[in-house]
Ligand binder design. Structure first.
Ligand code: ADP
Ligand code: MG
Length: 705
């Protein structure tokens, strides 16, 4: 008991200790400066230059107390990860010494060289200037002796070059539109509507020593070869299984490190595949949740190294086993703490809830291509549509209670009741009676209502969540705008609400599907309903430059036509580069590792035949002969497929069509040849002397932790 109390005490002390959070600001800033900064954070009022000086100085002193010697503008370029350039606080004095300085100007604006970040043609390489600007809505923190200042990143001409700016803009857009609805419903107190996000992060841990023996893991983060071991995930014994000691000690340190950074790591458990795990923080505002997810990915990798692991964030590190995703839990809440997607006990009477719910339904039905695009990358192509992750078809799970209410709205001219929850009796008198939730979970739905939020379950495990979140925010903002436009003009508000809801249900119920999304029937059914089934990243990327998408992003000031075109180019280029690196890695591994190993093995078998024969006794060498024949013939196939992949890779590199056509060449030619090469190599692995195989196998990687 005492021990527990001690631990709780130190945990609360540790939590956020390296964050310049509200408590630190209150302590370090003069009252006036604190108030002014709070106003900027909460209400978006621009920060005065003089106040910025005071804040910078206080922040520097605080950071130095935490051991910081440097500061960095931390930003999120289109690489999907974060970028940082460290500057020390030192400033020389005439007596040959230094003082520690940090000005308001340095806090507010940075000028990193932007020329080597993806811009999708937004600027030529000689136009190197880029700017970072302080985002005070996400708190600064100290990590590795450096003060990290969250910032947005744009080009010299002001075009957005990062993931954070559109996210912040989309948060403003949805707040503006949601407030219009709230005002119509008589709410006069809420000042702002905030989007809340909790991202569950899946990952794999593999032994670093084994990892470092595989070029595919080193260069691409996934295995490009590997036969299935006798055991995979079929026993379902890993999911929620007890944590192995080494993993548990890793997770403990991970939690500690994250807590120091103010990341509220909450749940941790083993996932479905062997060596797969998950971490979920408590939800936060979308902006902070996005920064925190970046920190989680970064800290996962660093702490893994300290424990002799490598953390794989790739969507599909191992063929034949579940891959990793990121479940993006999303809702809207008022600044006075009301969750707008909370149905309450009697949702049928809750007009406010029904309006927000229907806005989401309409948004998802009208912009599935954008959502699909926001969930795509080369890694996720291995998952979406395969039988493990949600399918590539976007649909919404609502559950029994809400579906019933929507049916009532459509058919009976209004909802009169909400199906109520039951109590679960387990049948053992000593056990408590459990209240049953109003709806069950559906683990197969890509966009599931889970009680008081939606869970977008398609997001790639390695990607920034900014993209998916700003897409949801923007399309929901658009629907709220349309609803508010109508309601504001209505003579009879209640009657109009009623009509709006009925219309939405009628026109968009096709997107609601409560059944098994993994079944083949659903693919057929979805086709009949006219729902798109976009099977690859390349195809999904097109959504970014459709006129409909450009309109919705421009109307809400989230991204311009030019910026969307640049993102389109970046997405496709990223896809092609990924496939190209994978192809080159396969070529290298085949040529320099697999073929020499197989030749050694063949030689060994052939030597055995001649040795046995020359021993002069009558012995049967048919086993060796058969093996020799089989392996030699596979080696011929391997070489043939290798040559085909080399040609495909070279042809793709020299292809001269537009970016889209070129990306199709990578998908339809290079990627297909890669799979053909792998099939033969994996077959060879199962025939070759285990001791001679040139890199660790799936069995070793998955069960050696
Ligand atoms: P499950 O695996 O059952 O989906 P988890 O507890 O692993 O549940 O994750 C649920 C996530 O949803 C957590 O990050 C949680 O904080 C988040 N969440 C809960 N309420 C909200 C909300 N209103 N808005 C956004 N995220 C939320
Ligand atoms: Mg979940």
């Amino acid at each position: 008991m005492v021990n527990d109390e001690l631990q709780t005490y130190s945990l609360t002390e540790v939590f956020g200790s390296n964050v310049f959070n509200d408590a630190a600001m209150r302590e370090r800033l003069p009252k006036l400066a604190y108030k002014a900064l709070k106003k900027t954070i909460d209400e978006g009022i621009p920060l005065d230059r003089e106040i910025a000086e005071i804040v910078a100085n206080a922040m520097k002193d605080w950071a130095i107390d935490k051991g910081a010697t440097h500061y960095t503008h931390w930003f999120q370029p289109m690489t999907g990860i974060t970028a940082e350039k460290h500057d020390s606080f030192i400033s020389p004095t005439p007596d040959g010494k230094v003082i520690m300085e940090f000005s308001g100007k340095e806090l507010i604006k940075g000028e990193p060289d932007a020329s080597s970040f993806p811009s999708g043609g937004l600027r030529a390489t000689f136009e190197a200037r880029g700017y970072t600007a302080w985002d005070c809505t996400s708190p600064a923190f100290v990590k590795d002796s450096t003060l990290y200042i969250p910032t947005v990143f744009c080009s010299y001409t002001g075009e957005v070059l990062d993931k954070k700016t559109p996210l912040l803009r989309s948060m403003e857009a949805i707040s503006t539109q949601a407030l219009r609805i709230l005002r119509l419903l008589g709410n006069t107190t809420t000042k702002k509507v905030i989007t809340t996000v909790g991202a569950e992060q899946e990952y794999f841990l593999v032994d670093k020593r084994l990892h470092d023996q595989r070029k595919d893991l080193i260069y691409t983060g996934r295995t490009l070869f590997g036969a299935m071991p006798p055991k995979g995930q079929e026993m379902e014994d890993h999911y929620y299984g007890t944590l192995k000691e080494r993993v548990s000690s890793f997770m403990k340190e991970l939690d500690q490190e994250l807590w120091k950074l103010g990341v509220s790591a909450k749940t941790k458990h083993n996932e479905v595949a062997p060596a797969q795990h998950e971490l979920a923080p408590i939800f936060n505002t979308a902006n902070i949740a996005t920064d925190h997810n970046q920190l989680i990915m970064d800290v996962l990798k660093k702490v893994a190294h300290r424990h002799g692991f490598v953390c794989l964030l790739h969507e599909k590190p191992f063929a034949g086993l579940n891959g990793s995703g990121k479940h993006n839990n999303w809702s809207m809440s008022t600044d006075d703490g009301q969750n707008l997607l909370d149905p309450g006990r009697t949702p049928h009477e809750n007009a406010q809830f029904l309006i927000f719910l229907c806005a989401v339904i309409k948004a998802v039905d009208e912009y599935p291509e954008l959502l699909r695009c926001a969930a795509s990358n080369a890694g996720n192509d291995h998952r979406l549509g395969a039988h493990e992750a949600p399918p590539a078809i976007i649909s919404i799970y609502l559950g029994e209670q809400l579906t019933d209410i929507l049916e009532q709205i459509e058919n009976n001219g209004g909802a009169k009741s909400s199906k109520q929850t039951k109590r679960l009796k387990i049948g053992v008198t000593t056990l408590p009676v459990l209240p049953q939730d109003a709806t069950d979970r559906n683990r197969t739905s890509p966009f599931a209502f889970t009680g008081n939020k939606f869970e977008f379950r398609m997001v790639p495990s390695s990607a920034s969540i900014a993209g998916p979140v700003f897409v949801i925010n923007t399309i929901v903002a658009e629907e709220l705008r349309q609803i508010a436009d109508r309601l504001e003009k209505a003579k009879d508000l209640n009657a109009e609400i009623h009509d709006v809801l009925k219309e939405i249900v009628k026109n968009h119920k096709r997107v609601i599907f409560n059944g098994n999304n993994y079944s083949d029937d659903w693919i057929e059914e979805a086709k009949k309903r006219g729902l798109p089934n976009i099977c690859s990243t390349v195809e999904a990327t097109k959504a970014l430059i459709e006129e409909k998408s450009i309109h919705v992003f421009e109307n809400h000031n989230v991204l311009s036509r030019l910026e969307l075109h640049s993102r389109y180019e970046i997405f496709l280029e990223n896809y092609m580069k990924t496939i190209n690196i994978e192809a080159l890695t396969m070529i290298e591994m085949t040529k320099r590792d697999i073929i020499p190993a197989v030749i050694s093995f063949i030689t060994k078998v052939a030597d055995s035949i001649s040795s046995v024969k020359s021993a002069g006794v009558k012995a049967d060498t048919s086993v060796q002969a058969e093996l020799l024949e089989e392996v030699s013939s596979l080696l011929t196939d391997l070489k043939k497929n290798l040559t085909a992949l080399e040609k495909a890779t070279s042809d793709a590199a020299h292809f001269t069509g537009d970016t889209y056509q070129k990306a199709c060449v990578y998908r339809d030619d290079v990627f297909v040849r890669m799979n053909e090469l792998r099939a033969v190599a994996d077959k060879l692995e199962t025939l070759t002397d285990a001791k001679m195989w040139p890199f660790p196998t799936y069995g070793e990687l998955l069960f050696n932790v």
